[in-house]
Design a protein around this ligand. Structure first.
Ligand code: CP
Length: 302
């Protein structure tokens, strides 16, 4: 069976918990090569990113290397894509060359739906359009689990460009599975109109004192045709700053998948604040992707 990693909706709660547990194991042992550097020895993965990335691409690369695997970075701009090669042909080429898994980011929401059944090696979703970013979703769950010890009944506010966010896409899938309550905040035009029962649209300033975590999201200007953003006014209305942070519970945390625009959706002070888990999320990205690469190669490891 080929283990494609496409959406968190394809996983049972038990399997997600096992992946989180495995990522937690890697967080403890990531600097102990003798314990882990043989786990994916002789495997070769390919990073294939048709959209820019810092965190996801680099953390998959580090994750592979920590487990003893090799990884190649395919750059569409310097490849035969420039001569008209289709994505199917590029991925088939990499499969024929012998890679053991392809980590793919693409702007098309449906790219995995279209491609995955045509490949005999794992395709791993590193962000698909506005659909899902499941490895980000998993690292966010790991961060919440480490912080609160459980996921059930957590109250999470998500603020920003939710309509265009694949990060929110995966978080909502996970929230429904684990019984979290989600509050959406931000400009009306950037919030989806159809919401499930565990999701409520609320005023940002009103919900702050009640939530365990706030996930701030960037306005994805690259996915808007005609949006003009007045950064100062956006920050005043929806930005996370020190005064808003002071209205939250003392054990509540701030999250952001990155990249973040300091001074727009989040202030400098909050990025670096003791209640911010933004850099923790980044570190967890490596451990989570180690668990995902291992799962794609071997299945659930307990
Ligand atoms: N969070 C995230 O996906 O960041 P990158 O776009 O840098 O990979």
């Amino acid at each position: 069976m080929v283990r494609h990693f496409v959406s968190l909706s394809n996983f049972s709660n038990n399997d997600i918990e096992a992946l989180i547990q495995r990522a937690h194991f890697f967080s403890i042992h990531s600097r102990q090569p003798d314990k882990i550097d043989h786990l994916l020895k002789n495997k070769i993965f390919a990073n294939v990113f048709y959209e820019p990335s810092t965190r996801t691409r680099c953390s998959f690369e580090i994750a592979a290397k920590r487990l003893g695997a090799d990884i190649i970075n395919f750059v569409p701009e310097n490849s035969s894509v420039k001569k008209g090669e289709t994505i199917y042909d590029t991925l088939k080429t990499l499969e024929s060359l012998g890679v053991d898994g392809i980590i793919l980011r693409h702007s098309d929401d449906h790219i995995f739906e279209e491609l995955h059944h045509q490949f005999e090696l794992p395709l791993l979703n590193a962000g698909a359009g506005k659909y899902e970013h499941p490895s980000q979703g998993l690292l966010d769950l790991l961060t919440l689990q480490q912080e609160f010890g459980n996921l059930k009944d957590l109250k999470i506010a998500v603020c920003g460009d939710i309509k265009h966010s694949r990060v929110a896409g995966s978080l909502l899938v996970a929230a429904e599975k684990f019984g979290m309550e989600i509050f959406l905040c931000g400009p009306e035009a950037l919030i989806p109109t159809h919401l499930k029962s565990f999701v409520k649209k609320v005023e940002f300033d009103q919900i702050l004192p009640e939530v365990d975590a706030v996930m701030m999201l960037r306005v994805q200007l690259e996915r808007h045709a005609n949006l003009e953003l007045d950064e100062k006014s956006y920050h005043t209305q929806f930005g996370m700053n020190e005064s808003r942070l002071n209205r939250m519970k003392k054990n509540a945390i701030i999250m952001h998948p990155g990249p973040f625009n300091r001074g727009v959706e989040i202030s400098d002070v909050v990025v670096e604040h003791p209640q911010s888990r933004i850099f923790k999320q980044m570190s967890n990205g490596v451990f989570t992707r180690m668990a995902i690469l291992e799962w794609a190669s071997k299945g659930i490891v307990l």
